[in-house]
Design a protein around this ligand. Structure first.
Ligand code: SF4
Length: 401
């Protein structure tokens, strides 16, 4: 068993903290109070769960690295390590490879490759292209293997081909990856999960899962199939798409003992089929809030669940599910409503303005022309009653489209 698969021992924690401290001393990034950590200071450790048939354990909270990272030594990741948050979720496309480079620099400086679980992803869904992206990623990450490698944002089951299976097996044999799977936020998520369970060679899937979709039968059945087949399940987008409704959820933050953000994370962890939840943590405040929720074993109470349900109901019309085959078809222009809504969410809710603008700028030219388009058909077509026209008007303003 590799060290990244288990809780960091006290001795290792001290080693990591000391290394973090040494780096802080030279970079001035970390304060002296953070130099030593772990059990010595009585710091609680994030619980761990087994990731499907891999048999490896990972913390229930994962560091989503699709955020602005310090390119030399990111203090948030170092801080997370002190609490046992030793899983970093990277991707070739995050920050135009700067994410993988930042993770590589940090792990190399800590000399902690064996102590940190690195997941990365490729946008390429053809075996050769994926292999090429992985090779480039390994160089950026300054390592000769990643723990888990994903096909990023999978939309169709056809990519779970025999050729891809052979490639995954080859990469494992060569020691370049330990496990293989895919991430998806496609509308066809349930079908993709079922296909993975049937395929038998997918180790783990990262997919959109949150309090808004607990009741979806098809998804729940597919999750059960995955659990039965030993496919590890990792939740993302746990906050449930909050574009443009900060005011609507703000009032919930003072209810009960958890903030809304913590409560919906705990709601995901309440599902034992989920091994872990990935969270993009842009600030120390978010990091600490998430860690506090993860280390506190107290389960949500009835009042918390009721508040979540109420919140879900009241904000339903603001929450976009990404099922844009429905609304796009109702608009007479080649727009990409689901993607645009997601980028708007990054901008408005997560404060990831540069990332949002960059992603929007990456859409095809015609998809970026939002002004003058009649979105009334999409308003009527959306099964959740999302005010598409209002969101697109806001997107046009924010992205200057
Ligand atoms: S606006 Fe409605 S139909 Fe379009 S992607 Fe979002 S939830 Fe689906």
């Amino acid at each position: 068993m590799r060290k990244a698969d288990k809780k960091i021992s006290r001795r290792e924690m001290l080693k990591l903290s000391a290394a973090a401290g040494a780096m802080a001393a030279t970079s001035g990034v970390l304060g002296a109070e953070k130099l030593f950590a772990g059990e010595e200071e009585g710091l609680p450790q994030i619980p761990r769960r087994v990731l499907g048939k891999t048999g490896s354990t990972i913390p229930i909270l994962l560091f989503g690295a699709a955020v602005q990272l310090d390119p030399d030594f990111d203090p948030k990741i170092a801080e997370g390590l002190r609490y046992g948050l030793n899983y970093i979720d990277a991707a070739d496309c995050y920050g135009g490879a700067t994410c993988e480079m930042a993770v590589g620099n940090l792990v190399a400086k800590l000399d902690a490759r064996e102590d940190v679980w690195i997941t990365s992803k490729s946008d390429r869904h053809d075996p050769k292209g994926l292999e090429k992206t992985l090779q480039r990623g390994l160089e950026h990450l300054q390592t000769d293997y990643v723990d888990l490698y994903f096909m990023h944002n999978l939309k169709e089951a056809k990519y779970l081909s025999d050729d891809m299976r052979r490639m995954a097996e080859k990469l494992k044999k060569e020691g370049k990856i330990r496990y293989f799977g895919f991430s998806t936020h496609a509308p066809a998520c349930a079908q993709l999960l079922t296909a993975a369970a049937e395929a038998g060679w997918i180790d783990a899937i990262m997919f959109r899962y949150n309090f808004r979709i607990y009741g979806e039968k098809e998804l729940n059945d597919a999750m059960d199939e995955c659990v039965k087949a030993g496919v590890g399940l990792i939740a993302m987008k746990t906050q449930g798409s909050e574009a443009s409704f900060r005011d609507a959820w703000r009032k919930y933050t003072s209810e009960g003992r958890w903030t809304k953000h913590q409560a919906v994370l705990k709601a995901v962890w309440a599902d034992s089929r989920i091994t872990a939840a990935v969270s993009s943590m842009e600030s120390f405040t978010q990091l600490r809030e998430n860690i506090a929720a993860a280390v506190d074993r107290e389960e949500l109470g009835r009042a918390d669940w009721e508040a979540i349900e109420r919140y879900a109901a009241e904000t339903r019309r603001y929450a976009c599910d990404g099922c844009d085959h429905i609304c796009n078809a109702a608009v007479d222009a080649p727009v990409r409503i689901g993607d645009t809504m997601r980028f708007l969410m990054y901008h408005e809710v997560y404060g990831e303005r540069e990332k949002a603008k960059r992603l929007f700028a990456g859409l095809p030219g015609e998809a970026k022309r939002l002004r003058g388009v009649d979105f009334s058909g999409a308003d009527s077509a959306c099964p959740h009653g999302v005010d598409v026209a209002a969101h697109m008007a806001r997107s046009a303003e924010v992205f200057n489209a």
